[in-house]
Ligand binder design. Structure first.
Ligand code: SAM
Ligand code: SF4
Length: 327
């Protein structure tokens, strides 16, 4: 699939649920309204949809949400999708998770061919972790990370940089990740969906995070790419640190990604409203041709890029929360 700007689309992020067992302050409001369950695609439909995308050229598939591991019977879907690793039609099957249920699933994920996983972790202080996630237990997530590492899965920690909550902990988080043989990627907070806080109070440009890291290490930029938007540097002690900078330095020119929500809505860009309904062709026809035609037509409309900006009291760049589109 080649979009109008010549970009090959090979990476699908598929949200399997909009629900979550946490309520991170930058992601969703305390009283989040979730979709009625009947709106969601069934696991069988998610499998069929994924197969159609893979036939059209998707090589990397990431399950996300919401929290993918809270979806009931999610391992059934992982098992189904793992057949594409066996046939060589997929290069990678992976997940982004908050880690709360990872200890329970890590061994099965490894058995089914998941080689790398992203785990979100924004603080190593139990109280701060509980405050940011509104109720999460740090020890549980750390247990999940350790279980994944023990199962032989490569772990990348995702940390959203937050001015008040974790800027001071950037070096400590990176040291902690590296001590476990994990990488870490810092992410700039994006103005997606309404939350209680003002985005300007949450936002820190990663140039500032990097300055702090450079007080601890000499960082050397690398050409390493993992198929996503992160740009990586290496510390003088060999650890890897990624930077995802949608605000301070956007990466739309090399975008290879599309996202599908748990209701089968295809978003061609994280920061734009352009979408396509895939649930209707999925449900209306047993034959996949109309579904594949809808996918092809949507790729023709992929926008050039987003125009995220963070301003005091500004409305969100897009109304939908990150947990809806899938991170
Ligand atoms: N629940 C899983 C998790 O937290 O890893 C997967 C879904 S979550 C929406 C995916 C990623 O998006 C997480 O790393 C999270 O920190 C990030 N995220 C959520 N809201 C964000 C925002 N407004 N700006 C930047 N990153 C955000
Ligand atoms: Fe849940 Fe992930 Fe959003 Fe946190 S970032 S509320 S864990 S979906």
């Amino acid at each position: 699939m080649i979009d109008p700007f010549g970009r090959a689309i090979t990476y699908l992020r598929l949200s399997v649920t909009d629900r979550c067992d946490l309520r991170c302050t930058y992601c969703m409001p305390q009283r989040m309204t979730f979709l009625p369950k009947k709106e969601l695609l069934t696991l069988e439909e998610l499998d069929r949809l994924s197969a159609a995308f893979i036939r059209r050229g998707i090589r990397k598939l990431r399950l996300t949400g919401g929290e993918p591991l809270v979806r009931r019977d999610i391992m059934w879907l992982v098992e189904r999708l793992s057949r594409f690793l066996g046939t060589g039609e997929l290069d990678e099957l992976t997940l982004t998770t908050n880690g709360t249920r990872l200890a329970h699933h890590a061994a099965d994920l490894a058995r089914l061919g998941v080689r790398r996983i992203n785990v979100s972790l924004d603080s190593l202080e139990p109280e701060t972790y509980a405050r940011i996630t509104r109720g999460g237990t740090l020890a549980e997530t750390v247990r999940g990370i350790d279980a994944a590492l023990d199962a032989g899965i490569e772990v990348k920690i995702n940390t959203v940089a937050l001015r008040e909550d974790n800027l001071e902990q950037a070096v400590g988080l990176a040291e902690w990740a590296h001590s476990r043989g994990a990488g870490i990627t810092f992410i700039e907070v994006m103005p997606m969906g309404s939350v209680e806080a003002d985005r300007l109070d949450q936002f820190v440009p990663l140039t500032e995070v990097r300055r702090r890291l450079e007080e601890r290490w000499t960082l050397t930029d690398t050409t390493l790419r993992t198929g996503g938007p992160a740009r990586y540097a290496r510390t003088d002690q060999g650890g890897t640190i990624g930077f995802i900078t949608p605000l301070s330095h956007n990466f739309c020119g090399s975008c290879n990604r599309i996202r599908v929500t748990c209701t089968g809505q295809l978003f061609m860009c994280l920061g734009q409203t352009a979408d396509a309904d895939l649930r209707t062709p999925l449900r209306a026809w047993a034959d996949d041709a109309p579904l594949e035609a809808a996918i092809a037509a949507a790729i023709e409309r992929k926008p050039k890029g987003h125009d995220f900006a963070i301003r005091r009291s500004a409305p969100p760049a897009v109304e939908r929360h990150m947990s809806v589109t899938g991170g």
